[in-house]
Ligand binder design. Structure first.
Ligand code: NAD
Length: 437
């Protein structure tokens, strides 16, 4: 199959490289010339484990190419995937579909022969109808079917997720579109990945329902963690106690600083807005959005409390800035609210992240960046573990203590065992676990 992938970001680039690895011919198109120039020079514009080697191999085999201009690739394509961003729109929080609509208009004029246009971006229910309308208006002669194929990969494990998905959702009314997508995903039959074929609107909504459910699960255990702190219970054990029930499942029950990233915050908000538009408010998800939003800044207050109630003039060191490990993505990371909360209270902030500092710089003013965890701890009145990178899972607490002004660790990911860290002379505060003092 010949595939044009519009948008070469986290989703477009990973999906494009994986499709090429399946044996398809793929051209990734992006309007950002710096991104395409970097890719052509063999440099990855994002950090994603395994991506550089996968891209290099498929470029070498002649199955993967990069362009800023879509005309030729779209004209030759059997399927054109739209994988552009759908961020929250400023002001009302609804999904900003301007990139999707612009892509649809650009694609319309370049179509030749039967082509399936597939939205891979996360788009509100009904967007496929709008994409189809835009294309048909711009090019009434086009022989086109518009399908939905939402993406469920996770940053940090994106290649494995794409190649071994729990399921593939294809939303299409036109059987020719289903046939093309079946052919594109055929290599995954070997992995027995179930393909769920639905109506287009159902597929669009399935993606939002999945993200909203996961965000709810996280928020639920975070509130249980808050209660644990008040009643002297341990959220880790509660999570295990409920997670071993197959109806609940163990995943997404890790208490922490609140969910962040480029998907959950914007997708929960967009679902809330869609539901309101259809006069069926989703009150559970509305509450999840509100609870999570206030939680991030509450984590700054937790740090302040661990420092004795005030941080004015104190130095706070943050380990990890990205919303989760193994990515450089800083979009909506809880660290943004935590840093702001600490700075508002008068703290000096220094930070270290293995991959996220470049993306963090334009988002975080007045932060001193360190070259490793120990340099980060220098002179600090508290060390805050914000993101559970592997590099922070076996820290040398003697070295840390020597450098810090005060031996205080606030572990927002419950990476360590309280008794271990206290035995090393630290005041240790975590999430949803009883204070040992
Ligand atoms: P991204 O911002 O990393 O990438 C989007 C890319 O599209 C950018 O490089 C941008 O330059 C390009 N672009 C914008 N308009 C264009 C146009 N008209 N033509 C060509 N290129 C254009 O975004 P992302 O994280 O890859 O997300 C893309 C979509 O996938 C979003 O809808 C998102 O919700 C969804 N999604 C993301 C993830 C994830 O983990 N990042 C997972 C599942 C789904």
């Amino acid at each position: 199959m010949r595939i044009a992938m519009i948008g070469a970001g986290y989703v477009g680039l990973v999906s494009g490289a994986c499709f090429a690895d399946f044996g398809h011919g793929v051209v990734c198109i992006d309007t950002d010339p710096a991104k395409i120039a970097a890719l052509e020079a063999g440099r990855m514009p994002i950090y994603e484990p395994g991506l550089e080697a996968l891209v290099a191999e498929n470029v070498r085999q002649g199955r993967l190419a990069f362009r800023t201009e879509l005309r030729e690739a779209v004209a030759e394509a059997d399927a054109v995937f739209i994988a552009v961003g759908t961020p929250s729109r400023r002001g009302d929080g609804f999904a900003d579909l301007s990139f999707v609509h612009a892509a649809a208009r650009a694609i319309a004029g370049a179509l030749t022969g039967f082509t399936v246009v597939v939205t891979k971006s996360t788009v509100p229910v009904g967007t496929g109808d709008e994409v189809e309308r835009i294309i048909r208006e711009a090019n009434p002669q086009a022989d086109v079917a518009v399908a939905s194929n939402p993406e469920f990969l996770r940053e940090g494990a994106a290649i494995a997720d794409f190649k071994r998905p729990d399921r593939i959702v294809v939303g299409a009314e036109d059987p020719r579109a289903v046939a093309v997508l079946n052919e594109i995903y055929r290599p995954l039959y070997l992995n027995q990945a179930p393909i769920l074929v639905t109506g287009r609107r159902t597929a669009e909504l399935t993606k939002y329902a999945a993200n909203a459910f996961l965000a709810t699960k996280i928020t639920f255990i975070n509130e249980i963690a808050d209660l644990c702190e008040q009643v002297g219970a341990d959220v880790q054990q509660v999570a295990r106690g409920i997670g071993l029930d197959n109806r609940i499942g163990r995943k997404f029950l890790h208490a922490g600083p609140g969910y962040g990233g480029s998907c959950f915050p914007k997708d929960t908000l967009a679902l809330v807005k869609t539901a309101q538009d259809y006069a069926t408010p989703m009150r559970i998800v509305e509450t999840v959005v509100a609870v999570n939003e206030s939680r991030k800044r509450a984590m700054a207050r937790k740090v302040i409390a661990a420092c004795g109630g005030a941080v004015r003039g104190k130095t706070i060191a943050l380990l990890g800035l990205t919303f989760k490990p193994n990515t450089d993505d800083m979009r909506d990371a809880p660290s943004l609210a935590i840093v702001a909360g600490l700075q508002d209270a008068g703290a000096r902030v220094q930070a270290y992240d293995p991959e996220g500092m470049e993306q963090a710089r334009p988002l975080l003013g007045d932060v001193a960046y360190a070259s490793d965890p120990y340099a980060c701890a220098e002179g600090a009145d508290a060390l805050v573990l914000v993101t559970e990178w592997d590099a922070f899972r076996a820290l040398d607490f003697t070295r840390l203590r020597e450098r810090m002004a005060q031996p205080v660790l606030v572990d927002l990911r419950n990476v360590y065992r309280p008794q271990d860290i206290q035995a090393r002379g630290f005041r240790y505060v975590s999430v949803g676990r009883p204070d040992l003092e």
